[in-house]
Design a protein around this ligand. Sequence first.
Ligand code: MN
Length: 268
Amino acid sequence: MATTRAATKKSAGKKSSAKKIAAPAPGAKKTAVKQASVRKASANRATLKKASVKKSAGRSSSSGKPAALAEYRRKRDFSLTAEPEGKTLDVKHQNLAFVIQKHAASQLHFDLRLELDGVMKSWAVPKGPSMDPAVKRLAMEVEDHPMEYNRFEGTIPAGQYGGGTVMLWDRGNYTYWQRDDDPVARLREGYQKGDFKFVLNGERVKGSFVLVRTRRGESKPQWLLIKHRDEFVREGYDVVAEETTSVESGRTMDAITSGKPHVWKSNR
Ligand code: MN
C-alpha cells in the first residue's frame, strides 16, 4: 500500500499547489511576484505527470518508422504476420505502459515489455513473473517492440519469427520505484546500468520489482526478474499457473489458437 499511498499524497500535494497558483490575486503586485516565484519553484519540482508529458512532447516529433525498431522489423515479414509494423511512436499519454504476453512459440514463455523512450523494452521470461521474492526468474532481453504491440493478441503464422499463439496476459502502467523529480530519467539510468527498479500496476502483477542484468550478451543480455518485498508479495503463490486467460478477451490459449471470438463478445 505504501506506493499507492505515496502516489496519492503526491497528487494531493500537486493539486493544492496548483490551487495556490490559480487562486485570484488580491490585486497587489507583491502577490503576483510571490506567485511567480511559487510557480517557478513548483515547476522545478516537476511532478511525474508533468515530466512525462514534457518528455513525450519532445519525442513526438519523431515520425515515420523509428530506427529504434530496425531489428524488430528485420525479423518479420509483415505481409505474412498480423503483428504491428510499428509505424508510430505512440507516446502521447502520461503513464508508461507495460504488458506481459504469454507466447506459445517453439518454447512457451512470457514476454515482459516496459515502455521507455517510445518503444517497448522487451524480455522473454521462460517461467513468467513471480510474486514471491525468493523466486528469481531468468529474463532474456530481446529486441525493442513497437508500442502497438501492447494490443496484439492472436497467432503468428508457423514458420514466421516467433510463430505461435500470443495472449495478452497482463497489462497496466509502471513507474519508478521511488518518488523522484525525473522518474523517466531514473528508469533510463536503471535500465542502462542493469539495475532496473520499477513498480508494476497491472491487473494481475502489482508492486515493486527489479530486473538485474547478470550477463551482457552481444544479442541477448540475461537478466533476473525479482519481486521486491512489499504488500503485494504472495509467497508460494504461482500467479502464472493460476491465471490462464487473456486480460483482453478472457480467452484461453487454445481458444486464441483456434480463432474463437472474444469471450466477452460471444453473446452478440
Ligand atoms: Mn515472445
